[in-house]
Design a protein around this ligand. Structure first.
Ligand code: AMP
Ligand code: MN
Ligand code: MN
Length: 316
């Protein structure tokens, strides 16, 4: 069983690093911190390296331990969480240089790029995969660990609203309420609280929203200048793709965001009930989940829009 090998690998390693994807969301950060607790419970220490993340997640237990980088050149073991693809790992050199690598994830498009891979594509969050690992290793989930895990589950399921939630999601949540995890507090911090810059970006995104294909598709964007003007910080674009998705009659929402000042856009796609946006993003070298996916496309706003729409029209 892969999990037995993972346990052996952690116990045999001294210098361990935990990494996740760039532009980390709540599942990425929650999974990283929960994995650090897991390693500690097994009697080892691990660095968590996340170069940039939204300050809204600073309330998480041990968030102050998160490093931007490390002076360690070669770790014995690197663990990547919530990341489908090696090239999306933030500070991936620590993964590339590590003696051994482990991947823990829930993306159907995971490339199985670790020496050991534990991937459950039907899990709604990487944090839910980790719940199973804590249980398999028979490690008690404390209130702190539970707060990290539930943050990932709440963010990736949009507050228990997306496909993929299952009886275990709620059973586990019920257990956490019993040990004192404050669900309304997590919910308020990670889903209801927006930064002022996020609100300003949402106004621009709404004003520019185009309705295509008889209102079945929305398209909108922000560029580097917008982010500069509103003083955007890491994570301030989160949730903007959902504005289009949640409009009546919309099946596919497309939101693109300029990558720094380059001629490249980071594409975020969401769908309502039928279209598999992961398949569309896969065409462009990206991936994700059937109802939430992303990729990186070269070009101007108009060029990127055209490239994506060509693929979307095939499946509408
Ligand atoms: P986002 O739109 O950035 O919130 O991403 C939605 C989902 O797609 C997440 O599960 C991401 O991990 C995944 N995803 C986003 N961008 C990429 C990419 N370039 N390659 C692979 N997966 C991606
Ligand atoms: Mn993620
Ligand atoms: Mn995730």
């Amino acid at each position: 069983m892969t999990l037995d090998e993972i346990l052996k690998e952690i116990k045999n390693s001294e210098k361990i690093v935990i990494l996740t994807h760039e532009s980390p969301d709540g599942d990425a950060i929650g999974s990283s911190l929960a994995t650090q607790f897991l390693v500690q419970e097994l009697g080892k220490e691990a660095d968590v390296i996340i170069p940039e993340y939204s300050r809204l997640f600073n309330f998480l237990p041990n968030a102050s331990n998160i490093l931007e980088e490390s002076s360690m050149e070669k770790y014995d073991l690197a663990i990547a969480v919530d990341c489908a693809d090696e090239k999306r790992i933030a500070q991936k050199q620590y993964f590339e240089n590590a003696t051994k690598t482990i991947v823990i994830d829930h993306h159907g498009t995971n490339q199985m790029y670790g020496d050991l891979n534990f991937v459950n594509p039907v899990s709604p969050a990487c944090c839910e995969v980790l719940v199973g690992i804590f249980q398999y290793f028979d490690i008690k989930i404390s209130k702190e660990i539970g707060t990290c895990l539930l943050t990932g589950i709440i963010t990736d399921t949009g507050g228990f609203r997306h496909e993929g939630i299952n009886p275990e999601t709620f059973e586990f949540t019920a257990d956490l309420i019993r040990i004192g995890v404050n669900i309304p507090d997590i919910y308020k911090r990670v889903l209801r609280t927006n930064t002022r810059a996020n609100f300003e970006l949402a106004k621009r995104v709404s004003n520019r929203m185009e309705f295509l294909e008889d209102g079945k598709v929305t398209f909108t964007y922000i560029d580097a200048k917008d982010e500069e003007e509103v003083g955007a910080q890491p994570g301030d674009h989160e949730g903007l793709v959902e504005i289009g998705r949640d409009i009546e009659g919309v099946e596919v929402s497309i939101f693109i965001r300029q990558k720094e000042k380059e001629d490249k856009y980071k594409v975020s796609m969401r769908s309502g009930n039928t279209v598999n946006v992961s398949d569309i993003c896969f065409v462009f070298g990206g991936g994700g989940h059937p109802r939430a996916a992303g990729c990186l496309i070269q070009g101007t706003v108009e060029e990127v829009k055209e490239k994506i729409m060509k693929e979307v029209k095939k499946v509408l």
